[in-house]
Design a protein around this ligand. Structure first.
Ligand code: RB5
Length: 147
């Protein structure tokens, strides 16, 4: 499974932590930046990850900014992307099980590194439940393709 990850300057340190966690699981990870503390614009990095997920080139994406909010707003503009800001393992499990989320958004100014790692693990380990949730995902797709 290929994982695409990116952050802005406000998420750089947490991205490094999550990269380490992903590599420990032997995931194939594509780090799309940013790579230093220079101030950058989160929409640019959210779109890099969202494009890979939307195309199927990456199974999951992870985005980190100060709060996770800006990243999620941008990622969700991309058709086929279901991005969720998660601040707890419970939310990460629900985002996967019920919403079939394919992009996890985290905030470095909100969530500490240990919890963030646990959230990532929960996100990666939880399958989509399907069933009654499948038709709701289809309704999201219908919204995306509405004129
Ligand atoms: C950058 O200062 C900050 O606005 C950004 O990382 C993010 O939190 C936006 O949602």
């Amino acid at each position: 499974m290929r994982l695409a990850i990116a952050s802005d300057h406000a998420g750089l340190e947490l991205k490094a932590e999550l990269l380490e966690a992903g590599r420990a699981r032997s995931l194939q990870i594509e780090d799309l930046g940013t790579y230093n503390n220079d101030s950058v614009d989160y929409p640019d990095f959210a779109s890099k990850v969202a494009r890979l997920v939307a195309s199927g080139a990456a199974g999951f994406g992870v985005l980190v900014c100060g709060t996770g909010i800006g990243m999620s707003i941008v990622a969700n503009k991309h058709r086929g992307v279901r991005a969720a800001v998660c601040r707890s393992e419970f939310e990460a499990r629900m985002a996967r099980a019920h919403n079939d989320a394919n992009v996890l958004c985290l905030g470095q100014r909100v969530t500490g590194p240990g919890l963030a790692r646990s959230i990532l693990e929960a996100f990666l380990d939880t399958p989509f439940e399907g069933g009654r949730h499948q038709k709701r995902i289809q309704k999201i797709r219908d919204v995306e393709s509405a004129p």
